[in-house]
Design a binder for this molecule. Sequence first.
Ligand code: AMP
Length: 159
Amino acid sequence: MIEKSLVLLKPDAVQRCIMGKVITRFEDAGLKIIGMKMVWVDEVFSKKHYKAHVDKPFYNGLEKFILSGPVVAMAVEGISAVETVRKIVGGTEPKSAQPGTIRGDFAHHSYHYTDARGVPIRNLIHASGNKKEADEEIKLWFKKNEMHTYNTVHDSHVL
Ligand code: AMP
């Protein structure tokens, strides 16, 4: 039941200087950050991370976007962390993401707008889609010695 999930603050979140506000959303929900670093990825790494999307028409734009600046990678842990993180993040398209979610509150890009201009959708966050993906992604992004075990107040209040 306690799971880990990978969260990336994409270059738009970093460059808009809202890293703190976004990270607070996860901390406020009681999720534990057990790994965190800033990384500027290259084409090879992007293709590994987005292996499910490399053949899709939007991949080139997505790669250009993810390479456009550093990202913050976080491994977060909590009860049903994959589902909980995705709930906090909101739907992929910011325009239709629910208010109260990160994408709904901090962005409003739409597919209609980005498709017409051939630009990538700026949606601030990547969040693992399921537990298998989360385990693979955490292995890709973090070495064992970059992951940490420690107690937070939530260990006594929630777990
Ligand atoms: P996902 O693995 O479903 O989260 O998708 C990975 C990323 O690909 C999303 O966060 C978007 O940045 C991008 N993406 C997914 N679907 C589309 C789409 N239909 N058009 C453009 N970009 C997309």
